[in-house]
Design a protein. Structure first.
Length: 320
């Protein structure tokens, strides 16, 4: 049987503490898989997303001692989405698996994912968390609402709870790389490209070490990103609102005329209320337009999604 390469793509931001644990775990899993399927080969491709701690140092050491370790180190922090993209772009494997460095995505699931995908029945195997144990209740509430909103206004179905832990065929990876957008919302991109996907249901796992960089505000902005990238319904929303306001304005004029005719006189409060509501709605609609405009603006610049400052190749050349 011809050999098959599996690329393990891992975005890392300030993960020096957890990386050695992750490396131990992933190499163990790889060895087990090779015992069962001798034709499998591995590469571990880490993306250092401008970490401020010793992540790059750890990666350099790993790359020197293990040929299979590769890395791309960004010139600054570009965000996890850019990290995932860089990983997919640089991966050479016939299969690519993406997972977080913090062991929240247990590497021991990879053999099972491989079985699903290599059977030919699926192009992708991913995990979907079914419990939000250990997560603040408010965050769970907003996450749940986010999926409801986006799935009711977007034509791309976003699977609730789906994680960035995915095992994919080369075809699917190439399809993802064909999507050149700068504002990347992976959950949407994975759904948009399609391909038969098997979801393995998992419980929520806590981080092995270090701390999460995603707080409520970051997640909120990320969900707006998702809505903006995969639905233009908010643009139509402003149109519907404008229509409703025109109707309301006509009603107001009718009332004003009736008042004038019967000599009742209009209330100041009503006028102030109307002014406030009108102003508010105009601002809202302008805001929605602005949101899309800003995304269009960023896309039109066609900037690179990341800048690499170092890879294991350039580093090894330098230290030789
Ligand atoms: N990450 C990244 N760039 C960032 C933030 C995070 O590459 O700007 C990586 C991080 O190292 C981890 C994964 O993305 O491997 C998920 O991040 P984190 O664990 O902080 O998020 P959470 O699991 O809490 O959603
Ligand atoms: Mg995490």
């Amino acid at each position: 049987m011809n050999s098959e390469l599996i690329s393990v793509v891992v975005p890392c931001y300030n993960e020096e503490e957890v990386l050695p644990l992750f490396y131990d775990e992933i190499t163990k899993v790889a060895a087990e898989m090779q015992k069962e399927h001798s034709h499998l080969e591995f590469e571990f491709l880490f993306v250092n997303d401008g970490s401020k701690d010793g992540t790059l140092k750890v990666l350099r050491q790993l790359a020197l001692k293990d040929e299979r370790v590769r890395y791309v180190s960004f010139s600054r922090n570009f965000g996890k989405e850019a990290g995932l993209f860089a990983g997919l772009e640089n991966a050479k494997g016939d299969y690519v698996v993406t997972l977080d460095a913090d062991l929240q995505h247990p590497p021991k699931l990879i053999p099972q994912m491989y079985e699903y995908v290599s059977s030919g029945e699926y192009h992708c195997a991913g995990t979907r968390r079914i419990s939000r144990k250990g997560e603040p209740a408010l965050l769970s509430f907003f996450s749940g609402s986010f999926y409801k909103v986006i799935n009711s206004i977007s034509q791309t179905h976003i699977v609730e709870g789906a994680q960035d832990f995915r095992f994919m065929t080369r075809q699917m990876v190439d399809a993802i790389l064909e999507m050149p957008e700068y504002n990347r919302f992976s959950k949407g991109i994975f759904s948009w490209v399609g391909f038969e996907t098997k979801y393995i249901e998992v419980e929520n796992t806590e981080r092995a070490a270090g701390k999460s960089t995603f707080n409520f505000w970051k997640l909120f902005k990320y969900s707006l990103e998702g809505i903006c990238a995969f639905s233009t319904a908010p643009l139509a929303f402003s149109f519907v609102l404008a229509l409703l306001m025109c109707i309301a304005a006509v009603v107001m004029y009718v009332i004003a005329i009736v008042c004038a005719v019967t000599g009742v006189g209009g209330g100041t409060a009503a006028i102030i209320g109307t002014v406030l509501i009108t102003g508010g709605l105009i601002l809202l609609c302008t805001g929605i337009n602005g949101m899309y405009l800003s995304k269009t603006y960023m896309e039109s610049k066609a900037r690179p999604k990341y800048v690499a400052a170092e890879t294991e190749e350039t580093y090894k050349k330098r230290v030789k």
